[in-house]
Design a protein around this ligand. Structure first.
Ligand code: MLT
Length: 262
């Protein structure tokens, strides 16, 4: 489905009925990374999976995608759908957008799920890497990014035992647009540190991380858990950065247990 939001066509899917749960995808993927969650969770809840601008089937624009802009797109979509109370789940970049959304629209958020993400902003080296990635995709295309990223996104267990998952992730990245990858990469470099947001989160919060995640390691999840009052942390064994795809059964069970308490 598509809706005209903030001047561009935003693509999304809705599956199931019940408590609305919005799943925000990682970089540089798209809404279909949530397929294992849609299949299981839509039996109990209303699962809303948008494509951020520039990704999947959404239209794009040509400037760095600030996390605030992406949060405003999600807000616009929820207004379009007539939803004013939701649970927000973000994985990695989706988590950065969840922080931005919470800062602006906390009253709409009934629960937060932060998966494989971090509160910290980029340091100078990370900012340089964002620029290098944007240059790479502009010069060589999404396939070059698709060749480079899966070893960072998947844990060592998945890399050794799940070649089909590596191919699936590569395909998702290769299908992303040059514009989306470059602008989201540059936009992430501008994001503020969200540590000061953590203590303002008052709704129930679930934090998930893979024990093999090298991009947003367990210590970063523990830092978030310490600062968010009403939060619980679960470490998913044998999962890297894309824990929802690497260990979908465990990931789904944590979400179901959490969502049923809300
Ligand atoms: C993601 O999975 O969304 C990215 O790893 C986020 C990032 O590069 O910081």
């Amino acid at each position: 489905m598509k809706a005209k939001i903030n001047g561009l066509k935003l693509s999304y899917e809705i599956n199931g009925i019940g408590l609305p749960v919005v799943l925000l995808h990682a970089f540089p993927l798209h809404r279909k990374m949530w397929q294992p969650q849609i299949e299981k969770l839509s039996r109990h809840f209303q699962i809303i999976t948008p494509d951020f601008r520039g990704f999947g089937d959404s239209g794009g624009t040509n400037e760095p995608y600030l996390m605030d802009t992406l949060a405003d797109d999600i807000h616009g979509l929820l207004s379009h759908l007539g939803l004013d109370k939701i649970v927000l789940c973000g994985l990695s970049m989706g988590g950065y957008v969840a922080f931005a959304f919470y800062r602006k629209y906390a009253a709409m958020v009934q629960g937060v799920i932060l998966a494989n993400t971090r509160a910290e902003a980029d340091n100078e080296e990370a900012k340089k890497n964002r620029k290098a990635l944007a240059d790479l995709v502009i010069q060589e295309g999404p396939l070059a990014v698709a060749e480079q990223m899966p070893p960072k996104l998947l844990g060592k267990t998945s890399q050794a035992q799940k070649p089909e998952l590596t191919s699936h992730v590569k395909q998702m990245i290769a299908a992303s647009s040059i514009q989306g990858i470059a602008n989201a990469s540059l936009g992430m470099a501008f994001r503020p540190d969200s540590n000061s947001t953590l203590s303002t989160i008052s709704c129930p919060t679930l934090i998930l991380v893979g024990d093999e995640d090298t991009l947003t390691p367990v210590e970063m999840a523990k830092n978030m858990q310490r600062q968010i009052k009403n939060s619980e942390l679960h470490i998913i064994a044998k999962a890297g950065h894309l824990s929802n795809l690497e260990q979908p059964g465990k990931f789904n069970n944590h979400l179901i247990n959490f969502l049923k308490k809300l």
